[in-house]
Design a protein around this ligand. Structure first.
Ligand code: HEC
Ligand code: HEC
Ligand code: HEC
Ligand code: HEC
Ligand code: HEC
Length: 202
């Protein structure tokens, strides 16, 4: 639905046109910890979120992915009771969605990740979170701040899942210089395209 048809609906029905606030942190049905899995164990984000480089949506892992390890590790843990039920009955775990843009905004993970925009830039220190919380506003102004000057944020593609990458420490160049090189190398579109209404509202 386009913004122009959506907006009157928002006003008449009183729907909320905004995303949730920074800090939103719902309880999850299984106490799955990113601090343990992505932090302490160092499992790469893409092991579980397998579609981030190929699709708009970042896939949430199916129960089978957990079983790759938990068939043997902590297989009797009471914390994993729901995971075992999910596997036995073939019903997916009802994870609660944390980040949720309004439907009239188009977003695509692969477009960003393949151009060197990092998970950390938009999701914060996920590797330290016991429960995932929203780290950035995800507002239109926030999106546009980067779309007007993506060179302030770009890193080499191979570093998009790193939670500690730093331009100067890793490459000896400052962010502005490196980002400008990468924007050219990766063919980041013109500012006109990046800030056009129809790029995000289609
Ligand atoms: C880079 C992406 C992006 C671009 C470009 C963009 N928008 Fe948005 N827009 C958003 C996001 C994200 C939201 C949702 C904001 C929220 O939930 O807080 C939004 C929300 C809106 C809303 C709903 C009211 C509001 O302010 O939350 C309107 C109206 C709107 N945009 C119009 C426009 C127009 C007109 C343009 C072109 C001048 C434009 N947008 C360009 C991302 C974008
Ligand atoms: C072992 C599997 C696994 C790994 C590794 C993993 N995640 Fe997750 N992730 C999950 C599961 C399961 C959920 C859903 C439950 C939750 O929100 O905690 C999730 C949820 C998320 C969410 C919130 C999704 C929403 O609902 O909005 C984000 C963001 C996220 N992960 C980012 C990352 C990043 C970044 C990394 C790498 C640093 C990573 N994840 C590594 C399994 C994993
Ligand atoms: C690559 C292996 C691996 C994968 C995949 C994995 N885990 Fe784990 N998980 C571990 C290890 C190892 C531990 C123990 C870590 C520790 O205590 O230091 C653990 C601990 C846990 C615990 C705490 C259990 C307890 O009794 O303390 C929970 C809950 C958990 N994992 C849930 C999940 C879920 C849900 C998934 C799938 C989304 C998943 N894990 C995927 C390796 C994995
Ligand atoms: C440019 C910002 C940005 C980057 C980079 C980014 N994300 Fe997201 N992520 C978002 C937004 C915005 C949403 C909410 C999307 C929606 O509601 O349509 C989201 C949602 C998610 C979700 C929930 C499922 C979904 O697609 O709605 C997961 C899981 C996730 N991100 C993981 C990751 C991982 C892992 C990476 C790095 C490989 C990453 N994200 C990189 C902004 C980003
Ligand atoms: C930190 C930087 C950054 C942030 C934050 C960011 N973007 Fe982007 N975005 C980019 C870059 C770089 C590209 C160029 C990707 C390409 O070349 O296709 C892009 C491209 C896009 C495109 C075009 C992709 C396509 O498939 O045509 C859309 C749509 C988009 N962004 C939406 C959003 C929305 C919505 C938000 C906020 C919720 C957002 N972006 C936040 C950096 C960012």
């Amino acid at each position: 639905m386009g913004v122009l048809t959506y907006l009157p609906l928002v006003l008449t029905l009183g729907l909320s046109p905004t995303t949730r606030a920074v800090g939103y942190q719902p309880m999850q049905p299984i106490p799955f910890s990113h601090a343990v899995h992505a932090g302490k164990l160092g499992i790469d984000c893409r092991y579980c979120h397998t579609t981030v480089e190929t699709a708009a949506f970042a896939a949430i892992p199916p129960t089978q992915t957990c079983l790759n390890c938990h068939a043997a590790i902590r297989s009797e843990s009471p914390q994993l009771e729901l995971m075992r039920t999910s596997y036995r009955e073939g019903t997916p775990v009802s994870w609660v969605k944390v980040h949720d843009l309004p439907d009239f905004v188009y977003f695509n993970h692969s477009a960003h990740v393949n151009k060197g925009v990092a998970c950390q830039t938009c999701h914060g220190q996920i590797n330290e979170m016991e429960e995932v919380r929203q780290d950035q506003p995800l507002s239109m102004a926030w999106c546009l701040e980067c779309h007007r000057a993506p060179e302030d944020y770009l890193r080499p593609r191979e570093q998009v899942t790193s939670m500690s990458w730093d331009a100067l420490a890793s490459t000896g160049k400052n962010q502005a210089a490196l980002g400008t090189e990468l924007a050219a190398e990766y063919h980041v579109p013109s500012q006109q395209f990046m800030t056009s209404c129809t790029t995000c509202h289609r």
